[in-house]
Design a protein around this ligand. Structure first.
Ligand code: AHM
Ligand code: MG
Length: 344
């Protein structure tokens, strides 16, 4: 359990944890503590709405499309508004980029000068699962602005994953959990609805070296490269004589698939396909934050060739293929892709 002389009881809440760990945070300022708390509060509000989604008229589509031409669900829009409001109100971020917004938002006011962080966020990931009561999530990245004392600019968001100060996700599953890293390991907090607090439940998460699960949309398989097809064949045990097949698990909510594989071991793959030559997932607010978390937990995240965290982003909604999870499985996938690349 979290060891600190300050805590005399078993429960450690998120605000207590981050205050206590503040000295370990990069820049050791209260700002990041405030920012993580703000995100925690917005997550609680979204969690509350997700929990009663079937009871009120909040399910269903808004009738609008976001920048990527996807139908927006009401809860997507609600979550987007909540996180943006929390960041604007919180007073340490000077801008936000969201999956649901075409352009980034700069908090363009004298009040926000000197606020050192920008946040890139997927407010409600896995939104096709909202209407069918399946786990969904929120994913966020936190960067320091590249130049102090001004509001957010595009270059603040287009920083490589290696520059991340913190990243995390919230999963609205059988319980609501917030998992984050500030570059000193990964910790998970479960929302206790009876006291309305995220409480430390998964301290210093480590991903198993290998694991029993592979997660991919197999409906796309024939449109993937030969290396990916061969790797999935290997997962099914068809390439190693006598090998035990891995189990296929694919929810269609990245956060949920990632979270399971982080805890139990496995690999999540969203490769390039004929239809989506750069894959489907977005670098800034889906792949980079999860890459930071998985690396901090002892895992790997690559595009099949090189680490996700090494990408120099070119645009806000950039897509990238993703192979993420237990290091042995990600390395195995890369072996197959490399073999494909060099074979005649
Ligand atoms: P979203 O952010 O619009 O919800 O899209 C991302 C989601 C991921 O959560 C999920 O893993 C993937 O898209 C599923 O895509 P597909 O239906 O093509 O398998
Ligand atoms: Mg998403």
């Amino acid at each position: 359990m979290f060891s600190s002389r300050r805590f005399k009881r078993d429960i450690v809440t998120l605000p207590e944890f981050i205050l206590e760990r503040q000295k370990d945070f990069p820049y050791a300022k209260g700002d990041l503590t405030t920012l993580l708390n703000d995100i925690g509060v917005a997550a609680k509000i979204v969690s509350r709405e997700v929990r009663k989604a079937g009871l009120v008229n909040i399910l269903g589509e808004m009738g609008t499309e976001n920048v990527q031409g996807e139908r927006q669900k009401k809860l997507d829009v609600f979550a987007d508004q909540q996180f943006i409001a929390a960041l604007r109100q919180g007073g340490v971020a000077c801008g936000v980029a969201s999956e649901e917004q075409d352009e980034f938002i700069a908090f363009d006011d004298q009040l926000y000068l000197g606020h050192p962080y920008v946040v890139a966020i997927d407010p409600l990931d896995g939104s096709s699962n909202i209407d069918v009561n399946v786990s969904i999530g929120t994913i966020f990245s936190i960067y320091r602005i590249t130049e102090s004392n001004r509001t957010a600019k595009i270059e603040d968001f287009l920083q490589p994953g290696r520059e991340l100060v913190a990243a995390g996700y919230v999963i609205y599953g059988s319980s609501t959990m917030l998992v984050f890293t500030t570059g000193r390991g990964v910790n998970g907090f479960t929302l206790d609805p009876s006291i309305g607090e995220f409480c430390l439940s998964h301290e210093n998460i480590r991903i198993p070296e290998t694991g029993p699960f592979y997660s991919i949309n197999e409906g796309n398989l024939r449109d993937c490269g030969q290396g990916v097809q061969d790797f999935i064949g290997w997962c099914k045990g068809s390439n190693d004589e006598g090998a035990t097949p891995l189990s296929g698990r694919y929810i269609g909510s990245l956060v949920a698939d990632f979270h399971r594989n982080l805890i139990k071991g496995g690999i999540y793959v969203y490769p390039a396909t004929k239809k989506a030559p750069l894959g489907k997932l977005r670098l800034l607010y889906e792949c980079n934050p999860l890459a930071f978390i998985v690396e901090q937990a002892g895992g790997m995240a690559t595009d099949g060739h090189r680490p996700i965290m090494d990408y120099q982003p070119r645009e806000l909604h950039q897509r990238v293929p993703l192979f993420i999870g237990s290091p042995k499985l990600v390395n195995k996938a890369m072996e197959f892709i490399l073999t494909e690349a060099v074979s005649p």
